[in-house]
Design a protein around this ligand. Structure first.
Ligand SMILES: Cc1ncc(COP(=O)(O)O)c(C=O)c1O
Length: 386
């Protein structure tokens, strides 16, 4: 006997997938992958390669040498197959660069956030999280099974109120240092004061501030004077200004020892590939030797913002490398990004769920190696597309 067709059919895998696809199409939310040729003449204002190090000859050569010596992959979790000298050296270099005691490398920045937060909270912890924190922080909060209080963007008073009203034994305040879509800087020193006053830990995601903010790009926490505080833990990514792949958590040796034993995204994950580790080490070396790259990218971002304002567009003043241009409607933002790409300019397009409804935007990222002509061309094209 065959089952009669009924409501269950439309809830079956092909039914709901079709429905979801139709909704995405209708609401301008459909995302598509496009090919990326190795060399094209598209002007890239979409990547996070802020310092132009992803293809720096020393960085590429270091990655290639490590792959030849160690192989393409790292072969297992470090708790099983061990730590290469490349991994331990990078961890020491990263910790020293951002002014703290120890670091632990993860295979992505996403997994560094997941590992750090889930290992540092429990069901008796309140996590106070900025409304515009990155998706990896949001997911980490969910996975941690703590009580989560989402506070208004950059609102230190709201954080203090949430901490004051807590009923849990422990509390963690978590914030991006530079917000990935809006490009503004969190008030990390104020957040630290409030967190400390309430006995809470502060976790700062320095994904977009490493290599960009502070003297020589040593990050927002060092710049704010809270880098080596025992109640501050930082997460980093190696995939943006360091032009490689991977992530890290930076803090005291005690924190790192705890993560080795408790961070599931470290324990149950194959270690970061040697090529990525060596690439990040080489990039850090370039940045240490050429600290002016950090200021150069900030100046470029400011130049893009100024030119957008002169052209009459609504953009947010950048604190780092990210310049956010408000569009509003997701379909309009996607159309503008597609038009720009067809004309040879690649920009980011952020729509829900990456940003809240109604504030879709184009995201332009500065690079230290952009020229004045690049900026003029980009701004003219954006103006025309909007
Ligand atoms: C603020 C922030 N944190 C973490 C990540 C994740 O880093 P990764 O791309 O290395 O996984 C990103 C990436 O976009 C980010 O913007």
């Amino acid at each position: 006997m065959t089952a009669a067709a009924g409501p269950a059919d439309s809830l079956g895998p092909s039914g709901w997938l079709r429905e979801a696809a139709a909704t995405r199409e209708r609401t301008g939310m459909r995302r598509v992958l496009r090919p990326r040729p190795v060399d094209d003449d598209v002007l890239d204002l979409a990547s996070n390669d802020y310092l132009g190090l992803a293809r720096h000859p020393r960085v590429s050569a270091a990655a290639a040498e490590a792959a030849l010596r160690w192989g393409a992959g790292s072969t297992g979790s470090r708790l099983v197959t061990g730590s290469t000298d490349l991994h331990t050296r990078l961890e020491a270099e990263l910790a020293a660069f951002v002014g703290d005691e120890a670091a632990l490398v993860f295979s992505s920045g996403y997994l560094a956030n997941i590992g750090a937060l889930t290992a540092l909270v429990d069901t008796d912890t309140l996590v106070v999280s900025d409304a515009l924190n990155h998706a990896s922080v949001v997911d980490a909060c969910r996975l941690g099974r703590a009580t989560v209080s989402v506070t208004a963007h950059r609102d230190v008073h709201a954080v203090a109120a949430a901490l004051a009203g807590r009923t849990t034994s422990r509390a963690v305040v978590v914030t991006d240092a530079v917000f990935s879509v809006d490009g503004d800087l969190a008030p990390v020193a104020e957040l630290h004061s409030v967190a400390r006053a309430h006995g809470a830990l502060l976790v700062v995601d320095e994904a977009h501030s490493l290599g960009v903010i502070g003297e020589g790009g040593r990050g927002a926490c060092l710049d704010a004077g809270i880098a080596a505080e025992p109640d501050v833990v930082r997460t980093l990514t190696l995939s943006k200004s360091l032009g490689s792949q991977g992530g890290a958590v930076v803090g005291s040796s005690e924190v790192v020892e705890h993560l080795v034993n408790a961070a599931r995204s470290f324990i149950f994950d194959t270690a970061l590939a040697p090529a990525a580790v060596a690439g990040a080490s080489a990039a850090l070396e370039v940045l240490r030797a050429e600290p002016e790259r950090a200021a150069a990218v900030r100046t470029r971002a400011r130049g893009i913002f100024d030119a957008l304002c002169v052209a009459g567009m609504s953009a947010r003043a950048p604190d780092g490398a990210v310049v956010s241009v408000l569009v509003g409607d997701p379909g309009r933002a996607a159309d503008a990004a597609a038009t720009l790409l067809a004309g040879g300019l690649c920009v980011g397009c952020f729509r829900p769920p990456s940003v809240p409804d109604g504030i879709s935007r184009l995201r332009l990222t500065a690079r230290a190696d952009l020229t004045d002509a690049d900026v003029a061309r980009a701004v003219a094209a954006v103006r025309q597309a909007l």
